[in-house]
Design a protein around this ligand. Structure first.
Ligand SMILES: Nc1ncnc2c1ncn2[C@@H]1O[C@H](COP(=O)(O)OP(=O)(O)OP(=O)(O)O)[C@@H](O)[C@H]1O
Ligand SMILES: [Mg+2]
Length: 344
């Protein structure tokens, strides 16, 4: 049943990637179009992936590749006039979120699935104490009394490593450091023990030591609660440390998907290979162009007819300019959208 979180055993990092168990989340052909007259931007262009219980899937790609819009579409937070209603299927424990009424969707948001945003100050309420912000969804979704929810709020603050939870529960977000706010966001997101957590660049705004602490915290909470995590980041080092599997996005599409080990040791898509070759530079400046890959990501309005990466690709064939390659199965766990993939 949706919302009833089953405690699952933690998934070891080296767990077999293929499973007979039905995935927790199944995304099929998810598409987000943004009307910018006279054009329509294909910001998310038919992406398909699965996520298992207790698994962390890293979604990685350069700025503008469509990662945040994917997350917002999954949460059903995109609406006209900003975007056309997303199309495709988003099955969470078998229920298609795209077909739910707004009332039913609100009943799941914050309960069966929740999201941690990149910049906590934009999503924390500045005029409500942190404790109330954690307690409110607990009352609304789980029907706990105000007193029990307040206790749960303090428990969550303790769980995310905030010292003196009783005092912090009564504090307002602006009094907290960036790291503390991000911990508070995570406490809100996990208070109802969702089966799916979407974390959009959860550590990008933080300094490196705090980043590591937050990532450890997410991994620990995942072990405890069995939640699946969709971890969105441009930072491959974060992916290497936290994810079981990785999906690489380029210009609104997933171009490669593999277990984390294979992606780093045997990347097949030329874009992924360029991304990996650029790691030290991306870490220093996330907005930098990738020196190993000439050119820039095409804007959604200027996508070529064939593979969007073809104009920058050293392995491009004539066919690549004409026909977009499908995400093809290379080995049972490894997929790439490329007419001329590199050897594994
Ligand atoms: N409100 C909007 N209006 C017009 N275009 C938009 C809007 N929001 C996003 N886009 C475009 O959609 C594309 C995908 O945006 P998205 O925010 O999903 O990228 P991202 O991968 O999350 O990038 P970043 O790493 O910078 O967060 C980009 O080209 C962006 O310019
Ligand atoms: Mg983003």
């Amino acid at each position: 049943m949706l919302g009833s979180v089953t405690a699952t055993a933690p998934l070891p990092r080296d767990a077999p990637v293929l499973s007979v168990e039905a995935p927790l989340l199944s995304v099929r052909d998810l598409t987000v179009h943004i009307p910018v007259p006279p054009h329509v931007l294909r910001a998310v262009d038919g992406i398909t992936f699965d996520l298992r219980r207790g698994e962390t899937l890293g979604l990685v790609g350069e700025s503008g590749s469509g990662k945040t819009l994917t997350a917002l579409a999954l949460m059903r937070l995109l609406e006209p006039p900003l975007a056309d209603l997303p199309r495709g299927e988003v099955l969470l424990e078998g229920t298609d979120l795209m077909r739910l009424s707004e009332v039913d969707m609100s009943a799941l948001r914050g309960r069966a699935l929740s999201m941690v945003f990149q910049e906590p100050m934009t999503s924390l309420n500045p005029v409500m104490t942190v404790g109330r912000q954690i307690a409110e969804p607990v009352v609304r979704h789980l029907g706990l009394s105000t007193r029990a929810a307040a206790a749960r709020a303090q428990e969550m603050l303790r769980l995310v490593g905030i010292p003196d939870p009783a005092r912090v529960a009564g504090a307002y977000p602006h009094l907290m450091s960036g790291g503390m706010r991000q911990r508070a966001m995570i406490a809100i997101a996990l208070a109802c023990r969702p089966s799916l957590l979407i974390a959009d660049e959860p550590t990008t705004a933080l300094d490196v030591t705090v980043q590591a602490q937050i990532l450890d915290l997410l991994a620990e909470l995942q072990r405890e609660m069995g939640s699946a995590i969709l971890l969105i980041t441009h930072d491959l080092a974060v992916i290497a440390e936290t994810a079981h599997r990785v999906a690489v996005m380029y210009a609104g599409r997933i171009v490669e998907e593999a277990p984390v080990g294979s992606l780093f040791t045997a990347p097949r898509h030329p874009y992924t290979r360029g991304l990996l070759a650029s790691i030290p530079r991306i870490e220093r400046n996330p907005a930098a162009t990738l020196p190993e890959i000439p050119g820039m990501v095409p804007g959604p309005a200027e996508r070529p007819a064939g593979c969007a990466f073809a104009p920058r690709c050293g392995r491009a064939l004539p066919r690549c300019a004409e026909e977009a390659p499908p995400l093809a199965i290379l080995t049972p766990a490894h997929r790439a959208a490329c007419w001329n993939p590199a050897d594994g």
